[in-house]
Design a protein around this ligand. Structure first.
Ligand code: GMT
Length: 378
């Protein structure tokens, strides 16, 4: 198949999933065309089967805000016509499903099925806002196929956007061959030279990630056992978190390492991930951790219970239950438990979310949508 993929290239999990999907589809001999505002962050190499087309919206003094959505639709039309794409798969509803819809309409009578994958905040946050709600609903309804990255997100979309829509759950995935625990004693010794336990958090440090909760939980843990915390990522909440770390007097034990290229090398030296978000439709960071044998203490929200089985590969707590989370972390980190949790984390990642199990589900869905008759929805 010749597949167009549109995503946010630089920020957040949806772009990572789209990029990994495109790369795997190319390995499976499909021709993949990324259409995006810049080269997706994790898109390592282009080649015979992977192409990249940059959207370059013209700026003009009259435009206070450049109409990117229209430039994207126009670029999509060009790419479809030049390369003969069979379908377009857009990641994140706003504005990508609308740009896809526009491209499809501009291309008529040529057929271009649009598949929209919902990732989370496009439904739970942005899409709900009154300034985007109708457009999000329209984008979903007009798509020829819609997938959600968790059962939670599928249900939330049906409940809040269109109860009669057909939405397929295809969970996020991970290349468990590539993302695995790598032996790197030197890196571990850099953070934990005296055999401390290593906790980790990985996100884009937005307010909804509640990274100050992460710091507070860690502070309680390190009162009981020797421990350090690695904070991977960057974002608006970083300075608040750093301030709190100083206030709590734990600066020597918390390492803000910024964004890192190969997260698996850092995750490989960790014993426990803290993911304490307010909402999380899936929690790709938790899956990356699990693939590296890192159990997860998480909030009992969104799609996280679809990943984390309490007592098996981690624990779940109500949002803000700092004491409970610290207790759970200590239980997992106890030497009599840790090995079992680590083994289960990896086992669950491989069993339920490995790339070779999930990507064929997208391929099957593409075929299904391609076979279906184009159907203008009300
Ligand atoms: O929250 C982020 O980190 C960004 C956001 C995105 O769409 O780029 O992430 C969402 O999509 C990820 C990939 O499907 C999911 O793993 C995240 O859970 C989801 N974030 C939220 O729901 C808050």
């Amino acid at each position: 198949m010749k597949i167009g993929i549109t995503c946010y290239p630089t920020y957040g999990g949806s772009g990572i999933v789209a990029t990994e999907l495109g790369q795997e589809l190319a390995r499976r001999s499909h021709e993949v065309h990324f259409i995006s505002s810049s080269l997706p962050l994790r898109l390592m190499e282009l080649g015979d089967h992977i192409f990249y087309h940059e959207v370059e919206p013209m700026s003009y003094p009259l435009f206070e805000h450049v109409p990117y959505d229209l430039a994207l639709a126009t670029k999509t039309v060009d790419v479809v016509q030049t390369h003969g794409l069979d379908l377009l798969h857009v990641h994140y509803a706003i504005p990508h499903s609308i740009s896809g819809y526009l491209a499809r309409e501009m291309l008529r009578p040529r057929r271009l099925p649009i598949i929209t994958t919902l990732h989370g905040t496009d439904i739970t946050l942005v899409g709900r806002d009154h300034s985007y709600l109708s457009a999000t609903r329209f984008g979903i309804r007009q798509s020829d196929g819609v997938t959600a990255v968790s059962e939670f997100l599928r249900k939330a979309t049906l409940r809040e956007f269109c109860s009669d829509c057909e939405i397929r759950t295809i969970p996020n995935f991970i290349d468990t061959q590539r993302v695995r625990r790598l032996a790197s004693p030197e890196l571990r010794a850099r953070f934990a030279p005296h055999g401390e336990k290593v906790l980790v958090h990985l996100s884009n440090f937005r307010p909804l990630k509640r990274i100050t909760d992460v710091i507070r939980v860690f502070e309680r843990v390190q009162r009981e056992i020797p421990a350090v915390l690695i904070m991977i990522g960057d974002g608006v909440e970083r300075s608040n978190a750093q301030h709190l770390v100083r206030e709590l007097g734990i600066s020597s034990k918390v390492f803000f390492v910024g964004m890192v290229g190969m997260v698996e090398s850092y995750l490989s030296v960790c014993d426990l991930m803290l993911l304490l978000s307010e909402t999380e439709s899936f929690g790709l960071a938790a899956l990356e951790a699990m693939a590296c044998e890192v159990p997860v203490v998480a909030t009992d929200v969104g799609g996280l219970p679809e990943l984390v089985s309490p007592g098996c590969n981690g624990h779940l707590y109500p949002l803000g239950d700092i004491d409970g989370m610290a207790q759970g972390a200590l239980e997992i980190l106890d030497d009599s438990n840790l090995k079992r949790f680590m083994k289960n984390a990896r086992r669950c990642a491989v069993k339920s979310f490995s790339i070779d199990k999930i990507v064929p589900r997208y391929e099957d869905y593409y075929r299904e949508v391609l076979q279906g008759e184009p159907c203008p929805c009300p």
